[in-house]
Design a protein around this ligand. Structure first.
Ligand code: HMG
Length: 444
C-alpha cells in the first residue's frame, strides 16, 4: 500500500523581524553572526491576533479548499506542537472548531489528538497517520496533520536569533500526490536535557550541548535506518531535508552525514590522494586521538570540491525558506522538504521517482530517518504553495515593536495593543471565553 503526503500548505506568521538590521544592533551583536554563522536573515512572528490555532487552522483551511475537501473527507486531525496553552484540551479541537465555522459541517467523526516530543512531534504525527491508514482503520478517509508553533525564547536567551512562528498542514492519504513514505525508519533516542520547558512557556536551553546532542542522535538514527534498509550513498538522494533550527546546524549535520555515507565508497577512495582516508577507531589506542583525527579529516573534507558540490545540490535548496522565517520547531523539517521541492521546480528538475532522506529531530532527544519517494503529481502540489507571496507580504517590525509582540505572546503578561496587520479571509483570535478558553472567528 502506497501511503504518504498528498498535499501541503504553509502559513507563516505575518510579522518579520530583520536579524541583521534590527535585532543585531539592539543586542550589540555582529550582523554576520546571524547571517553567516547561524545562516538566518529574518524571523517570522505571529501578529497580535495570531496564535498556534489560527496559524494551524489557516494552513489547514487553505489545504482543504485547494483539494476540494469537506470535513467528511477527514477522519483524523493531529496537531504537533510544543507551544500549547492547555494541558488537557488539545489544539486539534480548537482547529476543528475553527474549520467547522466555515464549512457548516462537523468533525464529530474525526479522531483528534496532540503530539508532543519537541520538534520531532510533527514527523511522529505523520507516522501515526501513516500507521492508521496502513492498518486499514481510516474508512477511506485521509488524515490532517498540522505542525504549528510559536518558537519563542526568553528575552536575552542565546536562542533569541533563531525564533520563528508558522504552521505546516499536511494531508496523509493512500496513493498520495506529493511523496510516498518508506516503511523503513531509523531512530536515535536518549534521555537528554538539552532543551526543555518544565511547566514553563520559554525553553531552558543548553545551546552548545543541544548542537552535540542533535548530531549524536542523528548519527544513531542514520545507522539504525541502514540496519533495516540499505547502506546509504550521497548520490542516492536528490535532497536531504533536515530539521532546521538554523541553517548553520544543518551545515554541521550534513558534513557528518556525508562523511558517514562516503565511507568505503568510490568517493572516499577518490578523495584519499587529497585528504587521506577517514580515520577508523581501530587505528587509534586513545579515544581522544581518534576524535582529533576525525575533526581534522572533517575540516579537510569540508574544503573539497566533491563535498561543496554535493552540499550545494543536496542541502542548500532545503534551507531557502528557513533562512527567512527561523525555527518553526515541529514544522521545520516539513518546511525544508517544501523548500527543496520548490527549488527543484524552479530549476526544472524532474523529481518523479526520486528520493529524499528526511532527518527529523526533537530535543529531549530523538532523531528519526526515513526515505520519501516523490510522486508524479508533485508539481501541482508545489505550484500551489503561496509561501513566496506570504513572505513578501509580511509587515517588518522595529525593535520596539518586537519587544511589544514578544510580550503579547508571553502567557505571563497581559498587553493590549492593536494588530499590526489587517486580517482578510483568515481565522483570528478574538479573546477568551468564560472558562478561559481561547475564542476564534473567521474574518471574511
Ligand atoms: P551562540 O552561543 O550565541 O553563538 O548561540 P555561537 O557563538 O555558537 O556562534 C554561532 C555561529 O556563528 C558559530 O558558528 C560562530 O563561529 C559564528 P560555528 O562555529 O558553530 O559554525 N559566528 C560568526 N560567523 C561570522 N561572523 C561573525 C560571527 N560570530 C559568530 N561575526 C546557539 C548559538 C545555537 C547555541 C544558540 O543560537 C541557541 O542556543 N539556540 C537554541 C538552541 C538550538 O537551536 N539548538 C540547535 C540544536 S537542538 C534543536 O535543533 C532542537 C530545537 O529545535 C528544539 C526542539 O526540538 O524543540 C532547538
Amino acid at each position: 500500500m502506497n501511503v504518504g503526503i498528498d498535499a501541503v500548505a504553509i502559513h507563516a506568521g505575518k510579522l518579520r523581524l530583520d536579524l541583521a538590521e534590527t535585532l543585531a544592533p539592539a543586542l550589540d551583536e555582529e550582523p554576520e553572526k546571524f547571517t553567516k554563522g547561524l545562516g538566518l536573515h529574518a524571523s517570522s512572528f505571529p501578529d497580535v491576533e495570531e496564535d498556534i490555532v489560527t496559524m494551524g487552522a489557516n494552513a489547514a483551511h487553505k489545504l482543504m479548499e485547494r483539494k476540494g475537501l469537506t470535513p467528511d473527507d477527514i477522519g483524523r486531525i493531529d496537531v504537533a506542537t510544543e507551544s500549547a496553552f492547555d494541558n488537557a484540551k488539545p489544539v486539534s479541537t480548537y482547529v476543528a472548531g475553527c474549520l467547522e465555522q466555515v464549512y457548516g459541517e462537523d468533525f464529530h467523526h474525526a479522531n483528534k489528538g496532540e503530539r508532543k516530543f519537541a520538534c520531532i512531534a510533527g514527523t511522529q504525527s505523520l507516522d501515526d497517520a501513516y500507521n492508521w491508514i496502513r492498518a486499514g482503520r481510516n474508512r477511506g478517509r485521509a488524515a490532517l496533520v498540522i505542525a504549528t508553533d510559536t518558537a519563542l525564547y526568553a528575552r536575552g536567551d542565546a536562542g533569541e536569533a533563531t525564533q520563528g512562528a508558522g504552521a505546516v498542514a499536511m494531508l496523509i492519504a493512500e496513493d498520495p500526490d506529493l511523496v510516498e513514505m518508506s516503511v523503513e525508519q531509523g531512530f536515535g533516542s536518549a534521555d537528554e536535557t538539552d532543551f526543555l520547558k518544565p511547566n514553563q512557556q520559554f525553553p531552558s536551553v543548553d545551546g552548545q550541548r543541544s548542537v552535540q546532542v542533535y548530531l549524536a542522535r542523528m548519527r544513531e538514527a542514520l545507522e539504525d535506518y541502514e540496519s533495516v534498509a540499505e547502506e546509504t550513498h550521497p548520490d542516492q538522494f536528490e535532497y536531504i531535508p533536515f530539521h532546521t533550527p538554523f541553517p548553520g546546524m544543518v551545515r554541521k549535520a550534513a558534513l557528518l552525514g556525508y562523511r558517514h555515507m562516503i565511507r568505503n565508497t568510490e568517493i572516499e577512495a577518490d578523495l584519499t590522494a587529497a585528504i587521506g582516508e577517514q580515520p577508523r577507531p581501530d587505528g587509534f589506542d586513545d579515544e581522544s586521538q581518534y576524535r582529533d583525527a576525525v575533526r581534522d579529516y572533517m575540516d579537510a573534507l569540508k574544503e573539497t570540491d566533491a563535498y561543496a558540490a554535493w552540499y550545494d545540490d543536496t542541502i542548500e535548496p532545503t534551507l531557502d525558506i528557513a533562512r527567512h522565517v527561523g525555527n518553526w520547531y515541529t514544522g521545520s523539517v516539513h518546511v525544508a522538504r517544501a523548500s527543496a521541492l520548490r527549488s527543484a521546480r524552479e530549476a526544472g528538475i524532474d523529481m518523479t521517482g526520486k528520493s529524499l532522506l528526511l532527518g527529523s529531530y526533537g530535543s529531549g532527544a530523538q532523531a528519526e530517518i526515513h526515505v520519501e519517494t516523490v510522486q508524479e503529481e508533485w508539481t501541482e502540489e508545489i505550484d500551489a504553495l503561496d509561501i513566496d507571496e506570504q513572505l513578501a507580504a509580511r509587515r517588518d517590525i522595529s525593535f520596539a515593536e518586537y519587544e511589544e509582540i514578544h510580550d503579547v505572546h508571553n502567557h505571563d503578561k497581559e498587553i493590549d495593543i492593536d494588530a499590526f496587520t489587517t486580517p482578510s479571509e483568515e481565522f483570528v483570535r478574538d479573546g477568551s471565553g468564560p472558562m478561559d478558553e481561547r475564542t476564534y472567528r473567521y474574518v471574511e
